[in-house]
Design a protein around this ligand. Structure first.
Ligand SMILES: Cc1cc2nc3c(=O)[nH]c(=O)nc-3n(C[C@H](O)[C@H](O)[C@H](O)COP(=O)(O)O)c2cc1C
Length: 399
């Protein structure tokens, strides 16, 4: 049995198992990948406050996300072409998430359709919507998500135009994908990926093929998709989506305090602070650097505040919680698991993150992941009230 000690082990295994164009599609950031690196650099730079002499024998990792119970405070982020990591990838990831007790979010740009996933999982999942210029398609996707009993809609706001990912262009993984000799070799030399893929139930944009004429031609479908991202929508569009959807709404891709306020005002139930994992605006700030200002701007509002971009460990999750998020999402961390070992790999990614969180909680004196004080990390302004008896004793000594 392969031993995976951290997400990096899963990443390396996925790099071996998945053909290079598809692995790099996941790995990529946009342009010079400045924001991709900033996400990691800023999380890495945060230091915990090590605490001892606090009774941490009982530790609670779970909580809720929009009222849904979670075993750890994170969800699997929507990822387009998730099914390129392994055959039926979306279904495997959704199953692993549900067994583990965290939400799975299906992308508009997934390989498996909403209906395919709904037929293969036990509980409701979330659906992510990209707004299309042709509003009837957005309407139809919303209606299909409702019919499939999706329990929340994630409205992604930061892909109204597409950032270029240079490695995709070089690998011919543009739109349509090019079958260059290098790509063909890359596929045939990875039989562990390619053979199950031949038996996969779907190999196109599963949600969109029924919405588009000539969808049988992957090239034409892909060109159409590219032309459909809608740069004209504004915060008023959230109203339109909210009314049509009528359920819980998560606004994704917020990186600015003013935008966070607009999203809350427009009725978001949760705001997801995100720079799309460094795949869109290159030169945008890291999520970790923006989260405190956004917390200050909308803290206390009814909307939940979540964050993603850069998480590769349970320690990273705790850092985002200390910076003001109540929950997180992960993209690549679970895609690496999926590429390395399918459904089991996603489970392993979640176990690793939970176990890392658990140890970091114990060593920072934290007993409840739903109550993370800002000064769990160094540099935060106020002293926490993690353990009232200890705080009272310290006050007594100070006095
Ligand atoms: C391969 C890949 C595909 C993605 N596709 C989508 C998508 O279809 N819709 C969306 O809202 N976000 C998409 N994202 C962004 C993720 O939802 C999430 O914001 C990001 O992965 C978080 O960063 P991380 O990968 O460092 O965890 C994608 C990310 C990756 C890595």
């Amino acid at each position: 049995m392969t031993i995976y000690t951290n997400i990096e082990d899963l990443r390396l295994a996925a790099a071996r198992k998945v053909p290079k164009p598809f692995f790099e599609y996941v790995e990529n950031g946009s342009y010079d990948e400045l924001t991709l690196r900033a996400n990691r650099r800023d999380l890495d730079a945060i230091r915990f406050r090590q605490r001892v002499m606090l009774n941490v024998s009982e530790r609670r990792h779970g909580g809720t996300m929009l009222g849904e119970p979670v075993t750890i405070p994170l969800a699997l982020a929507p990822t387009g072409l998730c099914g390129s990591m392994c055959a039926d990838g979306e279904i495997k990831a959704a199953r692993a998430a549900q067994r583990f007790g965290v939400p799975f979010c299906l992308s508009t740009m997934s390989v498996a359709s909403i209906e395919d996933v709904a037929a293969k999982v036990e509980r409701p999942f979330w659906f992510q919507l990209y707004l299309m210029k042709d509003r009837s398609i957005s309407e139809s996707l919303i209606d299909r998500a409702k019919a499939a009993r999706c329990s929340a809609l994630v409205l992604t706001m930061d892909l109204h135009v597409e950032g270029q990912r240079n490695r995709d262009v070089k690998n011919g993984l543009g739109i349509p994908p090019k079958l260059t000799p290098a790509n063909i070799w890359s596929i045939v030399s990875h039989p562990g990926w390619a053979l199950p893929m031949l038996r996969a139930s779907e190999w196109t944009f599963g949600n969109l093929k029924s919405e588009v004429k000539n969808a049988g031609d992957l090239g034409e479908l892909a060109q159409w998709v590219k032309s459909q991202f809608d740069p004209s929508f504004d915060w008023r569009t959230i109203d339109w989506v909210r009314e049509r959807w009528g359920g819980k709404l998560i606004v994704k891709g917020i990186l600015d305090a003013d935008d966070a306020k607009l999203a809350v005002k427009a009725g978001a139930d949760a705001v997801l602070v995100s720079n799309h994992g460094g795949r869109q605006l290159d030169g945008a700030a890291s999520t970790a650097s923006q989260l405190p200002a956004i917390r200050d701007a909308i803290g206390g509002a009814a909307a939940e505040l979540w964050a993603d971009s850069g998480i590769r460990s349970g320690q990273d999750v705790l850092k985002f919680l200390a910076l003001g998020a109540s929950a997180c999402m992960i993209g690549r961390a679970y895609l690496y698991g999926l590429g390395a070992a399918g459904e089991d790999g996603v489970t392993r990614a979640l176990e690793l993150i939970r176990d890392e969180m658990d140890v970091a909680m114990a060593l920072t004196g934290l007993t409840d992941a739903a109550k993370v004080p800002p000064d769990l990390i160094l540099g935060a302004p106020s002293r926490s009230a993690q353990e009232p008896a200890a705080e009272a004793y310290i006050t007594h000594l100070d006095g």
